[in-house]
Write a new protein. Sequence first.
Length: 322
Amino acid sequence: MSAQTVSRVVTGTDRVDEQTRERVQASMRELGYRPNRAARALRSARYRSIGVVMSDLTSYGSVRTWEAISRAGAASGYAVALVPTARFDRSAVAEAIERARDQAVDGLVIAIGDHLSAGEDLPLPDDLPVVVVDASALEDRSFVDTDQTMGAGQAVEHLLALGHRTVHHVAGPERSYSAVRREQGWRTALARAGCAPPPIERGDWSAQSGYDAGCRLRERPDVTAVFAANDQMALGVLRALHEANIPVPARVSVVGFDDMPEAAQFWPPLTSIHQEFDEVGRAAVDVLLAGLDDREAVRRLLVPTRLVVRDSTAHAPRKANT
């Protein structure tokens, strides 16, 4: 076989008949041949590798986002290198970006979910395509995220449609763009319905912080509906209400956000806002790869959410409406 024919088989082009392709692939298996990625990169100026910088690998949403990006990258024929950073400061993120660049990547996905992704605080490279995931205020960078505001609005509208006069909110940490977007969506939906937002409860995404918020909320007899910014905090709210013998949803309705698989196994099964993590991952990779050929284009994509209704929400108790 000529080197050109073998090259066509290795690169997967269609200009090789099936019999010849099978003979070349059989010889490759027999010889244990593997294409030299470095040599191919020198010829094509492409490394077939994506760097992913993430600041949080503990929350459900972050883990699912990473899984989705890695699967989408593999499906497109790209290796995906994870570079975590544990701190939320500019120098730590800059260091993580440099570590990713040292691994010879074609582009970067930045998923730090923090206010560092605003303005000039985040030192993003100009010589590589970059996609920011998990809510960004940057106007000149491509961006993919769940439509956080839409999801919060769906939660509030669902509860108001059940007759609840207002909806209390257990928000995520103020440094998180996702938490801020969800809080904004909660406020906007209440304002649209002519409802004044009640005092907010602040958590840190953990079930413990949701429990602490739930203990405070259960002391208020006017609370009939709670929207928690993620399912873990909603789980803590459910426990706090259960301990006080406050029935859910007969007395208080609860909605979460994420629709993690375990949400259907909570007691009662949790009504939640479903995020399409797989779609976010695919979109992030697609936008990044498109940026390899068109560096100037800025693509901004919000992936819709959907409400999943289970047994943790019901019509407002009559006493609350009299």
